[in-house]
Design a protein around this ligand. Structure first.
Ligand SMILES: C[S@@+](CC[C@H](N)C(=O)[O-])C[C@H]1O[C@@H](n2cnc3c(N)ncnc32)[C@H](O)[C@@H]1O
Length: 395
C-alpha cells in the first residue's frame, strides 16, 4: 500500500467541463466572467482553476461513453464582491439564470446561472466581504459567527483587513507603512477630529485625570501629541508641571497654541532616547502611543518609566489593547497584528530600524504581565470602551 507521504500524495489540479463550441465558451469565460487563459491546446483550454474541453474530443478520450448535459449535479463557484453588479451584467447578456441575486441561509449573496453548455455557475461575495457587510450593519463578532457559522478569529481578521473605508484612508492606509514622525506630522491638522471619531472618544481622555493621586504636582506624558488629555488634567491640577515628549513637531505646535500659560516643558524627541531621570514625577502617562511597539521595546521603556516615578507615583496607560470583552482569542489577534506588520515590512523592503506607524496592540493580559515584570505593583484595568483600555500601575 502506498504511504501518504509528501512524495506520494496525489495532487489535485482542476475540474474539467465539456463544451460544444470552444469559441463561444472561451468568450463566455474570458470576456463575461473575466477569467484568464493559462494554456490553450485547441481542444483544451485551461483557466488555471478549471479547464474547458471540446466535447467530441473528450468523448473520444473516454471511449465514446455517453456525455449527459444539463444534469445540474455540480457547479463551478466563483467569487466577486459586488454580486448585484455582476447580476445586472449577466442579465444584459441574456444569460440563463437559475436564480438571480439571493441570500443564502448563512447570509451570503449569490447568483446561479448556466454557461452556454448548461453547466451551473455560481458567483458569491467572498466570506470576508460578507463578514464586513454584517459588521457595518452593527452586528457583533458573536452575532456574525452565529449567522455565518464562521470561526470568530477568522471574523475578527476579516473585519480588521476590511476596516479602512474611504474616510479612514485619508487618516491611515494600514497597508502603506510610513515612518512614525512623518505619519503624525502629516496628519496633525486633522488629528483631533479623526482620532476622536475612531478611537475611545473624548471620555477616554477626560477620565484620565481622575486616576491621578490627589498630591500630584508633576507628570511626564509620553507621546503627548496635541495634548488632548491635558484639558481635564489642568482642570483638576491647574498648577501641575508637565513634561511632554513627542517625535512629531507639528503635533506639539498645536499643543503650544492651546496652553500658552501652563507649565509645560515640551521635548520634540523620542521617548526611547529621552533621559527620564530618577524619582522625578508623581504621574507618568502614555495615551494612545505605545500600541505601535513590541513587547521587548515596551518592557525596556516600562523599566525606565518605573525608575522615573517618585516612590508613591503611578503610571497610567490608556491605549488600544485587545481585551477578552471584545475578542474570543485576543492572543491570536495580537499574533496576527505583529505578523502582518512583519509581512508588510518585508513586502515593502523596510530593513532599517526606524519606527514605522502600524497598530500592533497587545492583549490586556500581556500588558499587565509586562508592567509586573518591569517592577510595577497593583496593576489594574480601571476603564474600558471597546478596544480602548486604561491600566493604572503603582511604583
Ligand atoms: C495617537 S497619538 C496620541 C497623542 C495624544 N497622547 C492623544 O491621546 O491624543 C500618538 C502620538 O505618539 C507619538 N509618538 C509615537 N512614537 C513616539 C516615540 N517613540 N516618541 C515620542 N512620541 C511618539 C506620535 O508622534 C503621536 O503624536
Amino acid at each position: 500500500m502506498m504511504m501518504d507521504t509528501k512524495e506520494h500524495k496525489i495532487k489535485f489540479v482542476c475540474p474539467l467541463i465539456t463544451v460544444t463550441d470552444m469559441k463561444v465558451s472561451r468568450n463566455f469565460y474570458e470576456n463575461l466572467l473575466g477569467q484568464t487563459v493559462v494554456t490553450d491546446f485547441g481542444e483544451n483550454v485551461s483557466f488555471g482553476g478549471f479547464a474547458i474541453h471540446l466535447r467530441p474530443h473528450f468523448k473520444m478520450l473516454i471511449d465514446n461513453k455517453e456525455v449527459i448535459v444539463g444534469g445540474n449535479s455540480f457547479e463551478l463557484y466563483f467569487e466577486y464582491d459586488n454580486v448585484e453588479q455582476i447580476c445586472e451584467k449577466l442579465k444584459a447578456e441574456n444569460v440563463e439564470f437559475i436564480h438571480e441575486l439571493r441570500e443564502q441561509p448563512w447570509k451570503q449573496f449569490v447568483v446561479r446561472f448556466y454557461d452556454p453548455d448548461k453547466n451551473i455557475i455560481e458567483i458569491g461575495e467572498s466570506m470576508e466581504h460578507l463578514i464586513f457587510r454584517l459588521y457595518q450593519q452593527n452586528n457583533s463578532v458573536d452575532e456574525i459567527s452565529v449567522m455565518t457559522g464562521m470561526d470568530k478569529t477568522f471574523i475578527e481578521k476579516a473585519i480588521f483587513m476590511n476596516n479602512k473605508p474611504g474616510d479612514m484612508l485619508e487618516w491611515c492606509d494600514n497597508y502603506k507603512l510610513e515612518e512614525m514622525s512623518v505619519f503624525f506630522n502629516n496628519r496633525a491638522p486633522i488629528y483631533e477630529e479623526k482620532h476622536l471619531e475612531h478611537i475611545g472618544g473624548m471620555e477616554s481622555k477626560q477620565i484620565l485625570a481622575s486616576f491621578f493621586p490627589p498630591h500630584t504636582k508633576s507628570m511626564i506624558d509620553l507621546g503627548i501629541g496635541t495634548g488632548l488629555e491635558l484639558e481635564a488634567v489642568f482642570q483638576r491640577f491647574p498648577d501641575i508641571e508637565v513634561t511632554g515628549l513627542d517625535i512629531a513637531g507639528d503635533m506639539l505646535k498645536l499643543l503650544v497654541e492651546k496652553y500658552p500659560d501652563k507649565k509645560i516643558n515640551l521635548h520634540c524627541e523620542s521617548y526611547f532616547d529621552y533621559d527620564f531621570g530618577n524619582c522625578l514625577y508623581d504621574v507618568a502617562l502614555s495615551v494612545m502611543t505605545l500600541h505601535h511597539y513590541n513587547h521587548q521595546t515596551k518592557m525596556d521603556l516600562y523599566r525606565r518609566i518605573h525608575n522615573s516615578l517618585k516612590n508613591n507615583g503611578v503610571y497610567i496607560e490608556c491605549d488600544y489593547m485587545l481585551s477578552e470583552h471584545e475578542y474570543e482569542n485576543p492572543q491570536a489577534m495580537e499574533d496576527f497584528y505583529f505578523s502582518e506588520f512583519e509581512r508588510l515590512k518585508k513586502e515593502q523592503g523596510i530593513t532599517d530600524n526606524r519606527e514605522y506607524h502600524y497598530d500592533t496592540p497587545c492583549t490586556v493580559a500581556n500588558q499587565k504581565k509586562m508592567l509586573r515584570e518591569a517592577g510595577f505593583s497593583s496593576i489594574k484595568e480601571v476603564w474600558q470602551n471597546k478596544n480602548t483600555v486604561i491600566i493604572v500601575a503603582n511604583k
